[in-house]
Design a protein around this ligand. Structure first.
Ligand code: DGL
Length: 276
């Protein structure tokens, strides 16, 4: 283990509150790390947008987080990873990025029925990253896909178990159950917040895969191997930024996450982001 220590924050971003499901796992595994969290609520949802547009947003957010001193960037959004991970690594070759891809590999390895459901946004399903995991890992399984239209917006509004949210999940999951799924891959970082509802619909025998702990482990591995872990014993601080309304984010935060921190609103001007 390296004796180096790097107290600079980790940058984490998503289109909105979804990345908090990843932040939760990062906090559990890396409590000494300080984190800058960016929710692009001025542009949520990303899922129906062209990949090119999501790429532009992701690049501007990355620059903003790096300007604030981020030592590593977690793209805590499957859609932004699908649209931008490759180009971010090319544009910022000295920076380590950790992105999200639907967890098709562990699902394919563990399914007994050979039928797996994947819930993700349209942009994620269109991206090359998804095509590549399907090609590499899903040769012997049937993947049933659903984009759950409207679900991200429901979760942004805090409707984690209302009738509308239940309706969206019912119509996605019932046909999958009829076709014999025994595993569901959550390919959108907003969806772990509705795991209780998903599990209620599909029953205890269907396994629901939240990739956040694996992503946090990857963050830990990269920091460790670069000698950039923050030293303890103090726990790291959290700062939150939203391109939506700070007052709204402050109401959302405690419903989804059991820690708090400073919340600031940002402005986009041309392609640049600055703190209001
Ligand atoms: N949380 C996101 C994802 O993982 C984005 C959802 C959206 O903005 O459409 O894909």
């Amino acid at each position: 283990m390296s004796s180096n220590s790097d107290m600079r924050p980790v940058g984490v971003f998503d289109s909105g509150v979804g990345g908090l499901s990843v932040l939760r796992a990062i906090r559990q595994q890396l409590p000494n790390e300080s984190v800058l969290y960016f929710g692009d609520q001025g542009h949520v949802p990303y899922g129906p947008r062209p990949l090119e547009e999501v790429r532009e947003f992701s690049e501007a957010i990355t620059r903003f987080l790096l300007d604030l001193g981020a030592k590593l960037i977690v793209v805590a959004c499957n859609t932004a990873s699908a649209a931008a991970l490759h180009s971010l690594r090319q544009t910022f070759p000295d920076i380590s990025f950790v992105g999200m891809e639907p967890a098709v590999k562990p699902a394919a390895e563990n399914t007994r029925t050979g039928v797996v459901g994947v819930l993700a946004t349209p942009a994620t399903f269109q991206g090359a990253l998804y095509a590549s995991v399907v090609e590499r890992f899903a040769g012997n399984v049937a993947l049933l896909q659903n984009t759950c239209p409207g679900l991200v917006q429901q979760i942004e509004q805090g409707a984690l178990d209302g009738s509308e949210t239940r309706g969206i999940l019912d119509s996605a999951l019932r046909p999958m159950l009829d076709q014999g799924i025994d595993t569901i891959v959550l390919g959108c970082t907003h969806y772990p917040f509705v795991i209780p509802l998903i599990q209620e619909i599909v029953g205890p025998d269907v396994r629901v895969i939240d990739p956040a702990p694996a992503v946090a482990r990857q963050v830990a591995r990269l920091l460790e191997s670069a000698g950039r872990r923050a030293a303890g014993p103090r726990s790291g601080t959290l700062r939150f930024f939203t391109s939506g309304e700070a007052t709204r984010f402050k109401v959302q935060l405690p419903r989804l996450f059991d820690e708090t921190g400073e919340v600031r609103e940002v402005l986009w001007e041309n392609h640049e982001i600055r703190i209001k």
